[in-house]
Design a binder for this molecule. Structure first.
Ligand code: URA
Length: 217
């Protein structure tokens, strides 16, 4: 029986609203799907990062956000708290989101390419990135944002599958290779801006462009 016939049949016994509500909730329960995904890999030991991490750090925020920010990997504070971007770079990012996008952190979705902290916050290796990528891809397929915003070169490498200079990529818009309906935008990593404040104007310019792309007034 098709959806229409099912609704008709249920209407006869006064149950169509219940059916539709259940169906809609099932189709859009992104939080539930993310929880299931996280449960499936929270004990991951596929690369050596599991030996030194405190915990796997999964994405955080609004799963219905038009934009998903993707960073590199958790740092010390993230490893302790189990949430991405809660350290210095995260606080700076939060400020810029409010100032430029008029969005609070809770309104957007934030995640990382690598879900475990590399020792001494070193850059994740290409092998570590590739090992963790299936999790990020599944996460993004659940969120289906309008725009994926890559923060820095590691995120760009993870999303595009090749190493490209973030200075060249910044401000540009690509299609996400795994879902052409999703666009990919690039800017600097907030930690880079904290180390190189002279690039802040470019970062602000990129976020203004992102604001237009996601139609945020
Ligand atoms: N840098 C990242 O790339 N991700 C975090 O979660 C924190 C800092």
């Amino acid at each position: 029986m098709g959806r229409r016939e099912t609704i008709k049949a249920l209407e006869v016994i006064g149950l169509s609203e219940v059916y539709l509500k259940t169906k809609i909730e099932k189709e859009t329960d992104k939080a539930g799907l993310l929880k299931k995904l996280f449960e499936s890999f929270k004990d991951c030991s596929k690369c050596s990062l599991y030996r030194s991490r405190r915990q796997v750090v999964f994405g955080d925020g609004n799963p219905y956000s038009p934009v998903a920010f993707v960073g590199e990997a958790p740092g010390e504070e993230e490893d302790v708290q189990g949430k991405p971007f809660v350290g210095r770079a995260g606080k700076y990012l939060n400020r810029k989101l409010e100032e430029i996008l008029n969005m609070k952190r809770e309104q957007v979705y934030i995640t990382n390419v690598c879900k475990c902290r590399p020792p001494a916050n070193r850059k994740p290796t290409s092998v570590e990135i590739a090992t963790c990528l299936p999790y990020l891809r599944q996460e993004l397929q659940i969120i289906k944002p309008k725009v994926i915003c890559c923060l820095g070169s590691t995120a760009a490498e993870g999303i595009l599958g090749k190493k490209l200079s973030i200075t060249r990529l910044r401000g540009q818009l690509f299609s996400y290779p795994y879902d052409q309906k999703i666009k990919v935008f690039f800017t600097y990593h907030p930690a880079y801006i904290l180390r190189n404040p002279r690039s802040e104007a470019e970062f602000v310019e990129d976020l203004e462009k992102l604001k237009e792309l996601i139609g945020q007034s």
